[in-house]
Write a protein that binds this ligand. Structure first.
Ligand code: SF4
Length: 376
């Protein structure tokens, strides 16, 4: 398959791994953060950790939107869904994310009208077809998904559909990277830049990371060779003492971003003064709210929102894992109280969550090989 097979070619992968070993200084320990949850998933899925030198550590970043959403926002959204005649709609990966009083799926089992949609326009269609109900879409995601929410709101306004609203939880990636870099317990050498987000925002917004922080950043695709080539590009920069933004994923990511998507976002959204991120705390100008010109479709204006704040269970170490300070397996609950079947934290729910990725690929693999080795 084009754009897949050539990025999984074993011979080129072998040569690229040799190049990585040649470039990596054995006297140095490298800490490279992959910002995007999709990259974390790909790294575990393809076993890339196993082909990298031991002195090259990949740190998982905060780029899983479900994982960084604080529990209080989930509870607020579910409280709106409990209002009479309201249909709660969300993407499938939100359904098992636990709030303080259960997940959307558990609320559905208890009788709430909860429906999975594949896009915000599906939710709008539901509103169009059910004029006697109010359909609320729980919007989540980085700049990757925000344009489709914006376009749906523009459509709702153009058609005058008033029984539809959006509970907006869209966040932006740049302030999260800034918060990571400002974190005193974090030491990083370089970044693998997010591929999906960059299809919308382009590469320019990362320039300060190279210029001011002197950290190389390479925007990467999601196939094994994409990620390994990105590591090569980063190691070359580090070896040569350079720090610039490079685009390994040029077949998809335009340097200037997607102007139409950015224009739709600018029409509908504005930055919130601050927003709470799970594990990272309050970050200023890090999330989007719906502009007043779309207030009639803003669930936070249509309904009263309590603004619940919930602290994570004490033993859960989602915050440290999100910041890359701890590996998933170092959380006290990993694989015992917290599993993909019974998740305590959101990082164990989303396929982009580092705990779920680690559990599904590394942990199961280790458990299987233990079983194979057990005497019969
Ligand atoms: S194992 Fe569970 S509780 Fe621990 S960090 Fe991961 S998601 Fe959070």
């Amino acid at each position: 398959m084009r754009y897949v097979d050539e990025f999984r070619d074993p011979e080129i992968i072998t040569r690229t791994c040799e190049e990585i070993r040649r470039l990596a200084d054995p006297g140095r320990h490298y800490r490279i953060m992959e910002v995007c949850g999709g990259h974390t998933h790909a790294i575990y899925r393809f076993g890339l950790k196993d082909v990298l030198p031991d002195n090259l550590e990949l740190i998982h970043g905060p780029g899983c939107p479900v994982c960084v959403l604080p529990m209080g926002r989930i509870d607020d959204g579910l409280a709106l869904g409990k209002q009479p005649n309201v249909v709660f709609t969300a993407f499938g990966d939100m359904m098992r994310v636990p709030g303080a009083h259960g997940s959307p799926l558990e609320h559905k089992a208890a009788g709430m009208d909860v429906r999975i949609v594949y896009s915000p326009s599906d939710a709008l269609k539901l509103a169009r077809n059910n004029p006697d109900k109010h359909v609320m879409f729980f919007a989540i995601g980085f700049e990757t998904t925000a344009p489709s929410t914006a376009l749906t709101l523009m459509r709702a306004k153009a058609e005058g559909i008033r029984n539809f609203s959006v509970f907006c939880n869209h966040v932006t990636i740049i302030p999260a990277i800034r918060a990571i870099l400002d974190s005193p317990d974090m030491r990083l050498d370089a970044f693998i830049g997010p591929g999906h987000v960059s299809t919308v925002i382009g590469c320019r917004p990362y320039e300060w990371i190279a210029r001011d922080e002197k950290k190389p950043i390479v925007v990467s695709g999601f196939e094994p060779l994409d990620l390994l080539q990105s590591v090569v590009m980063l190691l070359r920069q580090l070896k040569e003492g350079r720090a610039v933004v490079e685009n390994q994923y040029a077949r998809v990511v335009p340097w200037e971003g997607n102007r139409a998507a950015l224009a739709a976002m600018a029409e509908v959204f504005q930055l919130r003064p601050y927003f709470e991120w799970r594990g990272l705390g309050f970050i200023s100008q890090s999330a989007l709210r719906i502009r007043d010109s779309y207030a009639a479709w803003d669930a936070e204006k249509v309904f009263d929102v309590a603004g619940v704040r919930v602290t994570d269970p004490k033993a859960a170490q989602c915050g440290e894992v999100l910041k890359g300070v701890l590996k998933p397996v170092q959380c006290k609950l990993f694989g015992r109280e917290c599993t993909p079947e019974r998740p305590v934290g959101a990082l164990m729910v989303s396929s982009e969550g580092s705990c779920a990725a680690y559990y599904n690929y590394e942990h199961r693999k280790a458990a299987a090989s233990k079983r194979d080795l057990a005497p019969v």
